[in-house]
Design a protein around this ligand. Structure first.
Ligand code: G3I
Length: 312
């Protein structure tokens, strides 16, 4: 009956939502996850700062709660993430030696991905490694390695830890910037040519009502599909221009959700869509009502737009 069942009936793999432990004690969130979602992404609980806050000392309480909720409710899981410059503990940022950083990445990926082996549909192995204007983002990883081969290290470690999980490269604004998208695609092609295991590409797709990227989104997905990888929309939200909502803006937001979902439906490589949160009040974009359910967890026009996109 919900969005996930509907998209599966049209041959796609899932509709998912970002969530975490705090939501599982709220019946509003739980009801929506059970009805509408086939896949859960931990919004924060699997990140490096949460799982390995100090070197070699792992904390899986919150991540385990997400995995247990998902498996007991029959939901797929997208692991998020094994390597990212943000929410990265200072002890990692302080490493200035390649051999040390290599073994630290290997140990982190082996331990986190290994703990959930066989339970994760896809891992965001590396997140946001491309700079906004194209080229390599500056981070401890790029600075210490001096090239992209830190990706080889983390993808190979993830493959060894959980051989059946799909391994993704994930990024934002590749729907807006040609230069960023070009670098992203080139990085994926280079990984493949070096024999590095990569199965999927994620476009986060944080965007805004009436965004210039939206009419072009089908082209973005086609370009991503050109890598030969499975394509996933991993963090979809469509923010209002301000905190005020009007019926016209709600209608435009609905139309924008329809356009984006329809682009996925029309792209055979596009496997699934994750929305970055459940109710508007829980979104990381404070006050800009970017999601499918309002502050009272009622379906917004955006929900109908999403459904229309599936049916388009
Ligand atoms: O856990 C601490 C808590 O101990 C502390 O008391 C509290 C006080 O501020 O902060 C809590 O940490 C917050 C964390 O979310 C968990 O709630 C951080 O301040 C806050 O910055 C963090 O925000 C997350 C953000 O990533 C951080 O970069 C958002 O929830 C999360 O939605 C967002 O998700 C990212 C994706 O991972 C990657 N793509 C972009 C996307 C949106 O920024």
């Amino acid at each position: 009956s919900g969005l996930d069942a509907k998209i599966k009936s049209k041959g796609k793999k899932y509709v998912g939502f970002a969530t975490d432990q705090g939501d599982f004690s709220k019946s509003t969130d739980v009801n929506i996850l059970r009805t509408e979602s086939g896949c859960l992404t931990p919004e924060n609980s699997m990140k490096w700062d949460a799982t390995e806050p100090s070197q070699g000392s792992f904390n899986f309480a919150a991540a385990d709660a997400l995995v247990n909720f998902a498996t007991s409710n029959g939901k797929m899981i997208r692991g998020h993430n094994l390597l990212w410059h943000n929410q990265l503990p200072q002890w990692v940022k302080n490493i200035n030696n390649k051999a040390t950083l290599t073994s630290v990445i290997q140990n982190h990926a082996a331990t986190v991905a290994g703990r959930y082996k066989g339970k994760i549909y896809a891992w965001d192995v590396a997140n946001e490694v491309v700079a906004d204007g194209g080229g390599m983002r500056s981070s401890v990883f790029s600075q210490v390695f001096g090239d992209w081969t830190f990706l080889d290290v983390v993808f190979k470690a993830a493959k060894a830890a959980d051989p059946n999980a799909k391994l993704c490269l994930n990024d934002y604004n590749i729907n807006f910037s040609g230069a960023k998208l070009n670098t992203f695609v080139q990085v994926v092609k280079d990984l493949k040519s070096r024999g590095v295991p990569i199965d999927c590409v994620g476009t986060q797709t944080h965007t805004s009502v009436g965004g210039s990227d939206i009419p072009n989104f089908k082209n973005t997905l086609t370009t991503l599909a050109g890598t030969g990888c499975e394509v996933q929309i991993t963090e979809l939200d469509i923010a209002m221009p301000s905190t005020s909502t009007t019926s016209a803006l709600l209608a435009q937001q609905s139309s924008d959700y329809k356009t984006i979902v329809s682009a996925c439906m029309g792209t055979s490589a596009c496997a699934g869509i994750t929305v970055w949160g459940i109710g508007d009040s829980e979104s990381w974009i404070t006050g800009k009502h970017p999601l499918l359910f309002d502050d009272s967890y009622a379906k917004k026009p955006a929900y109908q737009g999403f459904l229309d996109g599936i049916n388009s």
